[in-house]
Design a protein around this ligand. Structure first.
Ligand code: AHM
Ligand code: MG
Length: 361
């Protein structure tokens, strides 16, 4: 029985990624090791978030806080956990966190050495030479350890967002390694700490969702091959900023509420927690927007660790991500904490927004 197989043949995230990687003969499991460390960070944050309401009583890490000493804030704690986990994976060379002003260059001894097999055919002295060799590759991870942290105290869903770049040679890591357009990412994902703990991941071939089974401490494949509906019935935006919006944003939201083509008006859903708003958009379809406005001409959300990973997931699920000017994944960040307006979601709905911007000229 298929149902029996589900109960006894568990597809954990590690097994899933190992299966995927085994299609590449040169793969040496480095990505799986890196991902396992990200997963560890997510499990830790999940357990801390679940205890957040009790933090004053028992402390986030579970120890009784007899002296009543100041507890570390959850976002600070999450950041430390992710940095330590990523560095100790031995597979990273540079890290960018929303919580840290500067990028973290991993010290050489902890960068590990992950090699990739390469083969090349070239012409020399009128003879063909075949060369087989190993080149070093290392990973850059950009992340927001705990996004939407203003929602912690009222128990609303929050999340971790991450994106991964690969550096293929042996140079000293520099900011240029992470100031790359989002389309160069090799993987991206988020973990949502909500009514359940859900990790959504893409390695560039589709999107898959895994739910933490707390009794096993493992993420199990629960949402295989997520495809966003081609058109949605929901829009998601902070409408309190409407008086400062540009023409196309205002017109799109107006069309959602008062459609001119006789279609039913759309529902508004806005949690104010990007991971939760994007997760719903991915599963139910529709649009999620954080547009530019007169007060913040670049919007609010950060290119590297908010806009790029979510845009990567959207495209891999069959949706689109647009900045108001271009495909979001084509953006080239100039600073690690750059911001950009973002419109992402169902393919047809984003087409409509693109048309409104094109009409404006
Ligand atoms: P944060 O990084 O300070 O937590 O802010 C990011 C959050 C996103 O999760 C969310 O989409 C957005 O801010 C909501 O902003 P606003 O409150 O302006 O609607
Ligand atoms: Mg954030």
């Amino acid at each position: 029985h298929a149902a029996d197989a589900h109960r006894t043949d568990l597809m954990t995230i590690t097994r899933f990624v190992l299966n995927e990687q085994s299609k590449y003969p040169e793969s040496r499991g480095d990505f799986t090791i890196l991902l396992n460390h990200i997963v560890l960070g997510c499990k830790f944050v999940c357990s801390s978030v679940n205890k957040a309401g009790l933090a004053k009583l028992i402390g986030l890490t579970g120890e009784i806080n007899i002296q009543g000493e100041e507890q570390k804030k959850l976002d600070v704690l999450s950041n430390e956990v992710f940095i330590k986990a990523l560095v100790s994976s031995g597979r990273t060379c540079i890290l960018v966190s929303e919580e840290d002003e500067d990028a973290i260059i991993v010290e050489p001894s902890k960068r590990g050495r992950c090699f990739h097999l390469f083969s090349a055919l070239f012409l020399m002295n009128n003879c063909f030479h075949y060369e087989l060799g190993l080149i070093q590759c290392r990973y850059c991870v950009v992340f927001d350890p705990l996004d939407g942290s203003s929602n912690i105290d009222c128990g609303v869903s929050i999340g971790t967002i991450f994106g991964i770049y690969m550096v293929k040679d042996d140079h000293e890591p520099t900011l240029a390694d992470v100031l790359q357009p989002g389309k160069q990412m090799v993987a991206a994902g988020y973990c949502m700490y909500g009514s359940s703990c859900t990790l959504v991941l893409s390695t560039g071939k589709g999107v898959n969702g895994f739910t933490l089974d707390p009794s096993l401490g493992e993420f199990i494949l629960t949402h295989p091959d997520i495809r966003i509906p081609k058109k949605g019935k929901i829009y998601s935006v902070n409408e309190g900023n409407a008086k400062n919006w540009d023409g196309p944003t205002a017109k799109y939201v107006e069309n959602c509420k008062f459609p001119k083509d006789g279609s039913p008006s759309k529902s508004l859903r806005y949690i104010g927690s990007m991971v939760a708003d994007v997760h719903r958009t991915l599963l139910y379809g529709g649009t999620f927007m954080y547009p530019a406005d007169k007060k913040s001409p670049s919007g609010k959300l950060r290119v590297l660790y908010e806009v790029f990973p979510m845009s990567f997931l959207m495209e891999n699920a069959g949706g689109q991500a647009f900045t108001g000017k271009q495909r979001a994944l084509d953006l080239v960040p100039t600073k690690i904490h750059d911001r950009s307006p973002i419109f992402l979601g169902s393919y047809d709905d984003i087409e409509e927004i693109k048309a409104l911007y094109a009409a404006e000229g």
